[in-house]
Design a protein around this ligand. Structure first.
Ligand code: ADP
Length: 464
């Protein structure tokens, strides 16, 4: 922690700059200000978004990475070394640009390094699709960005990377480090910008495939743009939203269940695709469990992610904040707010909130913030609850807390979800050992960080 303390003091006032990184072209000067969601007075840097001329330049310069397998692996491992050597700068940047707590930012940096090393170790002999567009979200601005880009590079593709508009700085530094490690400039170009840049990069015949993580809505737009403009069969690797549930029956260990619930629902201010949204508790233990949950919520510190004691930081921006606020106010008007925490008055914070809900069927969409819904079920209603969870059409994460062995088998077979967590925390992924990905509306598979992920970035061989 001493090193972390030292580094965060060093990087507190640093200014970063981001701009398109295009092969053979000087970067234009940064123009827009990037915000720190927790501290309005702090601006971590500036960015210049890509113009349509930049997109054209990048598309025509893109050239698949012709190096052999061993060279690609060595370069990606060198990039991992550079990420580690610059860890203080990177975690500080994640925290200031995305509002993530320091432990979350450090965990994210580790995950990015793991992706680089895992895909380096599994890089195949080249059979690249050609040029891959990688479009990433702001909630894991380094890990998901690096995961997509390194998978496409490990398989020898040229990459056009479009990070989320809220988090261009960390993506810029990541690309600089990958270029420094030896990725050719024609194989990795960065195009910061909003949805229009993403749209331009997914509707051009020169692009051979797309990796996308973000909302289901945007994934559907990309799918139709690709169908119109790109070669038939061009791969779309999509990781999208979820409406994640957990079932806690009356045999569960209450302390274990409460800890799993609190971490999953409120870490990263609920801005994880894996986060628990709807908790089903068996009726006979519900009053007690609700009290324990409220007690555990009260121990959370909501505040500036720079403070080492902070558990819950801000949400990403004002639009997210006001959307969550409107949703909570509607629930309050219906008398469904069970508990709520206060937040700092400055910065785009959302109040961690526990809401009562009759069933997951009442939740039409994912609220991407620190809002947990509590529903109850009776002993005979378990199969109905499972049907309702499956009925959402999503299938990303699911949690179960029970001490009945038969029930573990029955429920985990019946629930459609990419990642299932039994009697433990319902949190994300571990590269290599616990790949992450969803079913149905939540994604296209195969899972990131797993053995089959890279094959989607290669040309499929026609059957002999
Ligand atoms: P979120 O709710 O996480 O912001 P989005 O799906 O809006 O989810 O954004 C995820 C990524 O998709 C971002 O990088 C965003 O700029 C990009 N994006 C948004 N609209 C489009 C589009 N029409 N085509 C391609 N990319 C897009």
């Amino acid at each position: 922690l001493t090193t972390v303390e030292h580094d965060r003091n060093v990087w507190r006032a640093h200014q970063w700059h981001a701009a398109p990184l295009l092969a053979g072209t000087a970067a234009p000067q940064p123009a827009l200000t990037v915000d720190n969601p927790a501290v309005p007075a702090d601006t971590p840097g500036q960015v210049r978004f890509a113009s349509s001329a930049d997109v054209e330049t990048a598309l025509s310069a893109a050239t698949p990475w012709a190096a052999d397998r061993a060279t690609r692996a060595a370069v990606l491992n060198r990039a991992a070394d550079l990420f580690e050597a610059n860890y203080g700068e990177l975690f500080a940047l994640i925290s200031r640009e995305a509002g993530k707590s320091l432990p979350d930012a450090i965990a994210e940096l580790r995950e990015a390094v793991d992706f680089l090393r895992y895909y380096a170790a599994n890089a195949p002999e080249a059979a690249p699709v050609g040029t891959f567009t990688c479009i990433s979200p702001w909630n894991f601005p380094l890990a998901i960005f690096t995961g997509q880009v390194s998978a496409a590079l490990a398989t020898g593709n040229a990459v056009l990377a479009k990070p989320a508009e809220q988090t261009p700085l960390i993506a810029f530094r990541a690309v600089q480090l990958m270029l420094e490690a030896g990725v050719p400039a024609t194989a990795l170009q960065l195009l910061p910008g909003a949805g229009d840049v993403g749209a331009a990069l997914t509707s051009d015949a020169r692009v051979g495939g797309v990796a996308f993580t973000g909302s289901t809505e945007t994934a559907l737009k990309i799918r139709s743009a690709m169908a119109k403009h790109m070669a038939p069969g061009a791969p779309l690797i999509a990781e999208t939203g979820g409406l994640n549930a957990m079932i806690v029956d009356s045999t569960a260990l209450p302390e274990q269940a409460v800890q799993a619930v609190i971490e999953s629902a409120f870490q990263s201010a609920g801005q994880r695709c894996s986060a628990l949204r709807c908790l089903y508790v068996q009726e006979d233990i519900a009053p007690n469990l609700q009290k324990m949950l409220i007690g555990a919520m009260n121990t959370l510190t909501v505040g500036n992610p720079w403070d080492i004691s902070t558990d819950v930081g801000p949400v990403i921006d004002e639009e997210a904040q006001s959307g969550i606020q409107t949703y909570i106010e509607a629930a309050r008007a219906e008398g469904r707010v069970l508990h709520q925490l206060d937040t700092p008055s400055e910065g785009t914070f959302a109040q961690p909130t526990l809401l009562r809900v009759g069933s997951i069927k009442e939740m039409e969409r994912e609220i991407f913030g620190p809002v947990l819904h509590l529903a109850t079920f009776k002993a005979g209603e378990l199969d109905q609850v499972i049907a309702d969870i499956n009925g959402t059409g999503y299938g990303l994460t699911f949690g179960l807390q029970t001490r009945i062995d038969d029930r573990v088998q029955h429920v985990t077979e019946a629930v459609h979800a990419g990642n299932i967590y039994v009697n433990r925390n319902q949190i994300g992924a571990i590269v290599g050992s616990q790949p992450f990905g969803g079913e149905g509306l939540s994604g296209t598979g195969p899972k990131a960080g797993g053995p089959n992920y890279l094959t989607r970035f290669t040309k499929r061989h026609a059957p002999a």
